[in-house]
Design a protein around this ligand. Sequence first.
Ligand SMILES: [Zn+2]
Ligand SMILES: [Zn+2]
Length: 775
Amino acid sequence: MSTGSRGFDATAVAMRLAAAPSRSDRLTHLEVLPERAAREASWPQWVHPAVVAACQASGVDTLWSHQAQAADRVWSSQHTVVATGTASGKSLAYLLPTLSAISFSVHAPGVRGDTVLYLSPTKALAHDQLGSLAAFDVPGVRVTTYDGDSSLEERDWARSHANYVLTNPDMVHRTLLPSHPRWAPFWGALRFVVVDECHHYRGIFGAHVAQILRRLRRVAAHYGASPTFVLASATAANPDVTASRLVGEPVGAVDVDGSPRGRTAVALWEPPLTPLIGERGAPVRRSATSETAELVADLVADGVRTIAFVRSRRGAETVALRARSLLASVAPELAERVASYRGGYLPEDRRELELQLKRGDLMAVAATNALELGIDIDGLDAVVMAGFPGTRASMWQQIGRSGRGGQGGLGVLVARDDPLDTYLVTHPEALLGKPVEATVFDPGNPYVLAPHLCAAAQELPLTEADLSLFDGDAAGVVGSLTEAGYLRRRARGWFWTQRERAAELADIRSSGGSPVRIVESSTGRLIGTVDAASAHATVHRGAVYVHRGETYVVDDFDVGEGVAVVSPARTDYSTSAREVTDIRIVEPHHVQRWGDASLSFGSVEVSAQIVAFLKRRVSTGEVLGEEPLDLPARQLRTKGVWWTLTDAQLGACGVEPLDVPGAAHAAEHAAIGLLPLFATCDRWDIGGVSTALHVDTGTLTVFVYDGHPGGAGFAERGFTAARAWLTATREAIASCGCSDGCPSCVQSPKCGNGNSPLDKAGAVTLLDVLLAGAV
Ligand SMILES: [Zn+2]
Ligand SMILES: [Zn+2]
């Protein structure tokens, strides 16, 4: 067989993978997405001729419908979010209006004209934009990046001359807003704000960015400007709702993708059960890494050029080594043509690898997810993902690597042994249908709001009227800040009273508390930081910690100092922390009656303590042992969603009273596992508590809460999507092939009670009773 350059048939390849002996059950679904024809649109009349010329010179002859539709909206000053697929040319939606506005307004040399502020979540992306804008070369456009790397001269030039500034929310927060008088002419002429890749702004980070954008609107208004916002997002549920929350004003969505797409086959794959016995007798599923290695070997043997995405570099190396050894016995000449591809390579080594892949010298590479955006490869036929990469957006980004020259591509999602992956490979509509996953955050989080109100007051005195700009209980928070002496009320409003810069109060990339520093023991080098909120669970003594694909073991964690000392390691096991939790309801904000049952969302006080950790072999999933830990309990005021059933409902449902705690516990675990399907979070971002009798409700109650101070929006999304979320939870439990519960349904690696008691059948019954009254 050739290397697949002609007539690559993704369906046939997927069928051959599944046809191998004993594999028939593993392919759970094969979806063939037909080719989609382009929907073209003509150039809007208002686009400046120089911009049309620049587009055409760069190879853009015609527009896709979503580009024209979004650009039209933006030009007529309507806040707009474009939420279409990867590589659908979202940037034209903002380039046409922004560049046209500058071209029209710069009517003479030296005139600055309208200004544009472009925000991206990373410096690297802003630098990429600089490259594209420079290549466009539209007369009058004076573009620059403004970030931590900019020299003083560059900063001066940006302030006084640039009309297109590429920066990030961190710089706006720390520099552009606090020193707004120095940027007065820029602010006064601000016509557009571009928020690129806005799905990155989720959880606590999303809440911070939402507040920064409110401060930005206030400062711009002070100089007489009221900029139009244009946001670009990966496809997601309700992009208009998310974008409106981020900006603080109504934003309309353009989400019908007019770009063409090649035929793509998506295979969903579930590794088989092994003879190994897991925790409490549960069956152990083959690891996604081992399964991926086998699939890569088969694809290579079939002449299919493949990239595999794996969570850690160690995992990527394992996939490559294992695939090579499998090939060595069947096709030794191919074994050498498989490699791992990771961070830490010199750029020239990476380019050499990319070149080898392009030429076909290499047939397959295994890479870490972290590298996904840094890879410059085309000409691949298949993409194998060892585990769901966390969001649909990243999954499609990865699948988008396959398919060359108009040929079809193949994406294979290999499930990990957890409820979400298992649910996805057995419920294809959740992955391939209309997205239900929403980018969520809570701009009203008082812990986030407080420092931004201080920063706003330092920027310009905060008036009564300003308070409506901010979310949540802004007036209450300002009251507390005034009482505590941070703000003082005068005739013109509230003033910042302290000497330090108020913007320093908020670390927008961390979720509160000082981040814990991770230091390499042999060199003292700072490897990175981890949020205080998740440090206990991720960098406790003995934890295996993966940072940018590199694996370390934590030698020591000093809670008081906030330092974790780590050593590079080549372990063949992973660890998961086990936590025990206690919860108290502070105040319900919303309560829904579901028949006799109830569903609530509100403030809760959580006391959580990491008590032990579990070691699990990476290759097999086998549990190697559990070690106790001695860490202090942490108190957390946050948001939670909870549901209750009455004693009468429990009495009538047929679950024996002794089994009720296990049934509720099992439902809680599975619900935590499934929430990331609806809210872009990780199961580690949330926690849960279940009890047959809770002191605050007087009845059976199951809680799921945000693991970040003040709440990150995940529990709230659980409340608003409760019916769909809990229905999926029920489905995930009921459809799992195990008999009494396993890691694919109701067992949780972070359970502080050693996954006991758990009652799988009882959990389905309780959820049935609850959902019978769902509204
Ligand atoms: Zn199961
Ligand atoms: Zn548990």
